[in-house]
Design a protein around this ligand. Sequence first.
Ligand code: TYM
Length: 336
Amino acid sequence: MKTILTGIRSNSVLTLGNYLGALLPMVRLANKHSADYNINIFVPDLHSIISDIDGDLRENIVRTIKYYLAAGLEANDNVHIYRQSYVPAHSELCWILNCIATMGETSRMIQYKEKSKGQESCNVGIFDYPILMAADILLYDATYVPIGEDQFQHIELTRNLAMRFNHKFGEIFTVPAKTADQIKFMGVSDGIRIRDLLNPEKKMSKSTKAENSKILLDDDPAKAAKKIMSATTDSLAKVKFDMFNQPGVSNLLQIRALVSGTPLQEVISEWVGETRYGTLKRAVADGVAQMLKEFQDRMANISDEQVYDLLEKGEKYANEVANAKLLEAQKAFHLR
Ligand code: TYM
């Protein structure tokens, strides 16, 4: 059985960008395929500690898993939920992969360049981040890794490391699907990147300081609607999907499509040519407020015990699978 695998860090409350760009599409994909794929959903807590954590990491992890359940994830026997640091094989394979990865290819990662920019000294974890991510994926022979557009470069690096390893030692790792095939499998026409509401050239990010630039999943729905109403658009006064010239308006169309579960193309046809941005904003704001309200109600009904039960089961499975794969990699290097 092939494997679909994904993860979201839990440094703080998630943004609408993480939710619409990664979590919700993942849940829809998982529900669609969980009869014939392994679905691995994990919390990369070791990736979390490369940067500051808002609140308590352990509580954030439980909340992140509740997000998946509140988003509608149907947990069955093929769905495995676990914490990265509870499966030590991730760190061990990361070290082995460090020894076949090059400084050159790792230094080229955009996320590393962005995260280290302007920092006097950058921690080594930020640099090594994509190699640990490769270990997360390769340990489970994952074919599909649904993620947002900002992470595609890391998938390409993972593919290169897997191919290099296999070339040297024989077919040990499954090479994940190419970016284009990942996108096709996710059922989106392109990668999804929800933009910052005030500076739509940038992605919506947890770490942006300005309150009105991002919507958080625990925002009061009315407050979230106001943020949409004050989103930056442009002066062209004509709705068109054009991320390059009209990123603000295009972002609103994208959000509208994802919130309502309607294909983007349909939403574009419905709104193209509209001259009053206020009308589009109102529709998006109402949709987001309604979605948040329903989501928050569901969150309130999920208990911590439910989460810990799933983790116990998931971590037992993950350790079995990951340790078997790690052993193959260790044998390749004559460590075993
Ligand atoms: P993280 O937590 O930084 O991001 C989680 C996911 O959210 C997506 N994302 C967005 N999508 C659309 N619009 C946005 N504004 C936006 N902001 C974030 C990211 O693309 C990502 O899919 N490195 C991963 C975590 C990870 C992982 C893995 C994922 C570690 N190991 C192995 C898959 C497989 C990350 O970026 O987390």
